[in-house]
Write a protein that binds this ligand. Structure first.
Ligand SMILES: [Zn+2]
Length: 142
């Protein structure tokens, strides 16, 4: 995927959650269609043992979404497009740990920089096929 379209209201929800959970990392799922349009988000508890430095999305939420996607009830098929997490007092760039934990090359990563409890930058990344590294992709508001 080369770009992500994130509606303003969903972006606002993400930023709010990242600020609320500062100084811990916030995290959640991005739900949408395969053309990169985000249609919903699912906030997740951060299950990491070190929530100030790392994140772990609740696997039960992922399974629930995958089941929902397979049920075929919705006319416009949506799926897990990717996930978001915050970097408290870090940058809106994938950390070395993020790069190492990037197991699923189909997922989009959204990273929110929160500095002193205030949301700063938000940026989207996808896995580059050649290098396997998370690289920045365009993000549009919709
Ligand atoms: Zn990170």
């Amino acid at each position: 995927m080369t770009h992500l379209c994130l509606p303003t209201d969903l972006q606002a929800q993400i930023l709010k959650d990242c600020v609320r959970r500062y100084p811990e990392e916030a995290c959640g799922l991005l739900i949408g269609s395969s053309d990169g349009q985000v249609t919903d988000i699912v906030l997740s508890p951060n299950l990491s043992d070190e929530p100030e430095r790392n994140f772990e999305i609740d696997p039960a939420l992922i399974i629930a979404q995958q089941k929902h996607g397979r049920s075929g009830q919705t006319k416009n098929q949506t799926k897990i497009l990717g996930h978001f997490h915050s970097h408290p007092d870090g940058s809106a760039q994938p950390s070395a740990r993020d790069q190492a934990q990037n197991y699923d090359s189909d997922l989009i990563w959204l990273i929110v920089q929160v500095t002193d409890g205030v949301a700063q930058e938000i940026a989207a990344f996808a896995t580059e096929e050649k290098t396997g590294q998370l690289t920045a992709i365009a993000m549009y508001k919709s």
